[in-house]
Design a protein around this ligand. Sequence first.
Ligand SMILES: O=P(O)(O)OC[C@H]1O[C@](O)(CO)[C@@H](O)[C@@H]1O
Length: 242
Amino acid sequence: MRVIRTADYEEMSREALVFVMERLPHIRVLGLATGGTPLRLYEKLIEAVHAGETTMRHVHTVNLDEYVGLADSHPQSYHAFMKKKLFDPLNLTPEQTHLPSGTAEDPEEECRSYEKLIRSLGGIDLQMLGIGENGHIAFNEPGSAFDGRTSVVKLAPSTKKANARFFKGNEFVPDRAVTMGIGTILEAEEILLLASGERKAQAVRCMLEEEPAETCPASALQKHGRVTVIADEEALSLCRSR
Ligand SMILES: O=P(O)(O)OC[C@H]1O[C@](O)(CO)[C@@H](O)[C@@H]1O
């Protein structure tokens, strides 16, 4: 995996913007992530589009995941997060922005349709990822199969705790999510993973330096030929060779 080391979160976001802007003219389907990590990148992308430096008009976006039980309009849903942080500021339409539903009557069918949707769009050209403190990618927790498809998963207690900051407290974080599987993610043409901060250091070390193992979902990325990791010094601080 190619690793770009940056001094801090701001530089990580700047490098990520350069990376994404270089590719945007050739991208038809862009995979997006939620969480705190890509937020500054999204702000920069909005600035760049408003300045006329790039455009997302031609792009379809597909997000990685959604909490089960949260309606699209729920303020803590990933639908609402993406609408507020990226889609509305860029005037992206509902027809070009896609997330799995957290309230489908038949969640299994929803997972199958999300896979179908990705295929019908022609597959993902560039998938952005964050990384969980336990090494998860999307909501694929440790123990997830490397060939897993979009499915309903149970969140690890540590993930609920880490994401409680977006809710009123731990007890409000849903127990389950619909998530793209690791197998789905690995089918993207290219992958960009962003990591910042000391609390990600252990996960980043496992991803880059351990033998791929289901105990560290992000280590599956070693099996993909085109992965770039942009990470700051703190996130890389436990890596021997970086
Ligand atoms: O960027 P954050 O907020 O640290 O989250 C890391 C990862 O955890 C998730 O929020 C899921 O828990 C992912 O969407 C994200 O990539």
